[in-house]
Design a protein around this ligand. Structure first.
Ligand code: NI
Length: 190
C-alpha cells in the first residue's frame, strides 16, 4: 500500500526510531511495513525510504536504485531491506555530494559522506546481513540510516548556500555534478 510521506517540519522525522525486536520481524505488522515502504519508495521514485518518513518510528528502511528518474546519475543498487541497521566508516575520507529527499520536497544540497562503509543489520526474514558499500551508493545508505536517527540531509549541509531547487539544480549544477559522480564511480566502482 502506498503511504503518505511526511515532510520536513513533521516531528516524527526528528525522532530516534526504536529497534524492532527480532521476534517481531515475522509479524504481519512489520512485514506489511516493509511492503508499504517498498511500494511507497517505488511510487515516489525514491532511492530509499525510511519508516520514519511514513510516520512509523521504527528502525526499518528500504533502498533500491534502478535507473532512477529523480537521480539519473546514481549507480544501481538492488532492493535492500534493512532492519536495525548499523554503519561503520571504513575510511576517514569524505566526498561531497548533492542529495535530495522525498521529505524535503524540491530541494537539493551538498553534504559530505564517507565513501567506504560497512553496513550491518537484519533483512526481512530476520537474517543477518553485512556488506561493504562504496562511493555514491555508500552515501545513499548513510542518508536512509540517518533518517532512523532523526536526521535530514539539511542538517548536514556544509553551508545552506548549496541549497538549490530541482529546477535550478537541473539548469546550473546537474551537469557538473554528473561528471563528479562519474569520477567517484570510476574510483569506487559504485
Ligand atoms: Ni531522505
Amino acid at each position: 500500500m502506498i503511504r503518505k510521506i511526511i515532510e520536513i517540519g513533521h516531528p516524527t522525522l526528528r525522532e530516534v526510531a526504536k529497534a524492532v525486536p527480532k521476534a517481531d520481524i515475522a509479524s504481519k505488522e512489520i512485514q506489511r511495513l516493509v511492503e508499504d515502504l517498498i511500494d511507497t519508495m517505488r511510487y515516489a521514485n525514491g532511492a530509499g525510504l525510511a519508516a520514519t518518513q511514513i510516520a512509523v518510528p521504527l528502525r526499518v528502511c528500504v533502498i533500491e536504485v534502478k535507473k532512477n528518474p529523480r537521480y539519473p546519475y546514481k549507480p544501481d543498487i538492488p532492493l535492500t531491506i534493512l532492519i536495525n541497521p548499523k554503519i561503520t566508516f571504513l575510511t576517514d575520507k569524505l566526498i561531497s555530494v548533492y542529495e535530495g529527499c522525498l521529505s524535503v520536497p524540491n530541494l537539493r544540497g551538498q553534504v559530505e559522506r564517507c565513501p567506504e562503509i560497512k553496513v550491518e543489520g537484519l533483512d526481512r526474514n530476520g537474517e543477518r546481513i553485512n556488506f561493504v558499500s562504496k562511493g555514491i551508493s555508500a552515501g545513499t545508505f548513510q542518508h536512509e540510516i540517518d533518517h532512523l536517527d532523526g536526521l535530514l540531509f539539511t542538517d548536514l549541509l556544509k553551508g545552506a548556500n548549496s541549497l538549490s531547487t530541482l529546477e535550478e539544480f537541473a539548469v546550473h549544477h546537474e551537469e557538473a555534478f554528473k561528471e563528479k559522480v562519474m569520477t567517484i564511480v570510476e574510483q569506487y566502482g559504485s
